[in-house]
Write a protein that binds this ligand. Structure first.
Ligand code: FAD
Length: 388
């Protein structure tokens, strides 16, 4: 076997999972090169972006612990959420705590800030090379040749690493090539519902939403949620059937405000109508996709992790957390099999797929709970009984 420093690992995608995976491999002494299609997000000061806030949970924190970033990330980048605050249509609201002793909570974090933090950590490793503006365009599983389009020079580059880990997200190019390989199973489902992000700035709030909570306005077939930011602003997301969005968001201003006032009155008390209308005019509803595949590897040198392997709907707040847990499990296997990478790669699929699919199914179920069941009397009674 090679010594670790001679083994060339290529990681495709420097999103949260690719960046963390690269840190794990660097800690283990491998020769790591990361290829990212976008430019360096740390240089992009625009605030526009998708899924601005995420709930970071124990799975994710556990993975950050391995690279010594758990405490600093929690302290510097997150806001705790100890429970859900449910807003009824009549303006009544009540809190459902995640943990009665408040010893455990979820942490609201900006995906971009977390990603930036991981990239900064990553570039400190002497055994890591970060290549931005390198878009993977072709994969040859027999020769292990990878071809990248370099957007800055408008040239192509071909490399031949020993091991390739595809962390290139839900629309993964690595996985797109795997689909043509025998015995590789794949399914994707666009759910009927999509999402639209609305920011509730801190300046706009005389009163504000109760801190320490994930706020939910469940309205049966749709819902609004709000996650806190460190600067006291809130990132809110409206989830509803994709075919309903145009009826609301593309209507006259009066009609848009009527909808929000009817269903989210106490939210409207906190936001300037012009600010809301401006976001509706310039924003866009986005789709939600769920992806499953089996196995996660081809041969014993190509592997998928994160959304590339298992994109899940966001209602359980576990997509990135599950991707981070992939890194933890891969690392456990490296120890268990004494860095025999070929065995580790094959065993990863066996060890991971069942649990990743379970999280995916739970995430579907939790949407029904969040937008509907959570507001029903039977659910509240059960919660009361649980807490006795
Ligand atoms: P991505 O974040 O998609 O990163 C992939 C990277 O690969 C990108 O940087 C991309 O530019 C790059 N790339 C793509 N193609 C190529 C290529 N050909 N060559 C090179 N690079 C490439 N998760 C949670 O844990 N908690 C939550 O509360 C939560 N809430 C969410 C809310 C919403 C509305 C949505 C949509 C998602 C949410 N998620 C949540 C899921 C979370 O955003 C994803 O699971 C997470 O971003 C996956 O990280 P990733 O690194 O695997 O993929």
């Amino acid at each position: 076997m090679f010594t670790h420093s001679r083994v060339k690992i290529a990681i495709i995608g420097a999103g949260p999972v690719g960046s963390l995976c690269a840190c794990f491999m660097a800690e283990n002494g491998y020769d790591v090169t990361v290829y990212e299609s976008r430019t360096d997000i740390r240089l992009d000061k625009s605030t526009s972006g998708r899924s601005i806030n995420l709930a970071l949970s124990e799975r994710g924190i556990n993975a950050l612990r391995f690279i010594g970033l758990d405490n600093i990330v929690i302290e510097e980048l997150t806001e705790p959420m100890y429970g859900r605050m449910i807003h009824s249509i009549d303006g009544h609201k009540y809190s459902i705590m995640y943990d009665i002793n408040k010893s455990k909570c979820l942490y609201s974090i900006s995906r971009k800030e977390l990603n930036e933090f991981l990239l900064t950590k990553l570039e400190k490793y002497p055994n890591v090379k970060l290549n931005f503006s390198h878009k993977l365009v072709d994969v040859d599983f027999n020769t292990k040749l990878l071809t990248f389009q370099k957007s800055l020079e408008n040239q192509q580059e071909t490399v031949k690493p020993d091991v390739i880990i595809g962390c290139d997200g839900a629309h993964s190019v690595v996985r797109k090539h795997m689909i043509r390989q025998p015995m590789f199973n794949f399914s994707q489902t666009y759910i009927d519902h999509g999402y639209f992000e609305i920011s509730l700035p801190s300046a706009a709030t005389k009163d504000t939403l109760t801190p320490g909570h994930l706020h939910i306005w469940p309205r049966s077939t749709f819902m609004l949620i709000a996650l806190p930011n460190k600067d006291k602003s809130w990132t809110c997301t409206l989830f509803m059937p994709m075919d309903q969005f145009p009826l609301i968001l593309e209507s006259e201003n009066e009609e848009i405000l009527r909808f929000f006032n009817e269903y989210f009155k106490d939210f409207m008390d906190l936001i300037q109508p012009e600010h809301l209308l401006n976001q509706v005019t310039n924003g866009k509803a986005r789709t939600l996709i769920s992806i499953k595949c089996n196995p996660y590897h081809i041969n014993d040198d190509f592997l998928l992790m994160g959304d590339a392997a298992h994109a899940i709907v966001p209602f359980y707040g576990q997509g990135m957390n599950a991707g981070f847990e992939d890194c933890t499990i891969f690392n456990q296997l490296l120890e268990e099999y004494d860095h025999d990478l070929k065995t580790v790669i094959k065993t990863f699929s066996l060890r991971r797929i069942e649990d990743a699919e379970a999280i995916s199914d739970l995430a579907f179920y939790n949407y029904i709970e969040m937008r509907d069941l959570v507001a029903r009397k039977s659910f509240l009674w059960r919660k009361k009984l649980d807490n006795i």
